[in-house]
Design a protein. Sequence first.
Length: 147
Amino acid sequence: MSQLFDLYRQIGNAAFSQKICEIVPYFATIEPQFVDLQPGYSEVTMPNTTKVHNHLGTVHAIAMCNLAEIAAGLMADVSIPETCRWIPVGMNVKYLAKAKTDLRGIADGRGIDWTNPGDKDIPVSIVDKDGLEVCSATVIVKVGLKK
């Protein structure tokens, strides 16, 4: 089992969210809060604050990419076999609506075969507080055997 998944289960959502931002400081720019993390699934929220705004006063596209990456990446980490490692290699993104509220990133990898190395396409849906999908992303991670 993933060391990060062990940590998540031991310390809970709030402390885990803070710890991940210490490990990967760039994630702190969106103030992520884990809601759920398990093999094949994760949910992470981010507040709509002025520091993540674009010139329109809505959540910046790259902030939403950051949310997609943390949701997909941590879900991948807790989903792959212990004999493997992963790294993000790409992302495809569609901006569907102005993001005017706090956001929730949902990475659903339950349909992915995590047992075989190779590229894995992880779908991530980013929704606003009313459930409107404002961004759709596919994060591509390369899963390989540990050396």
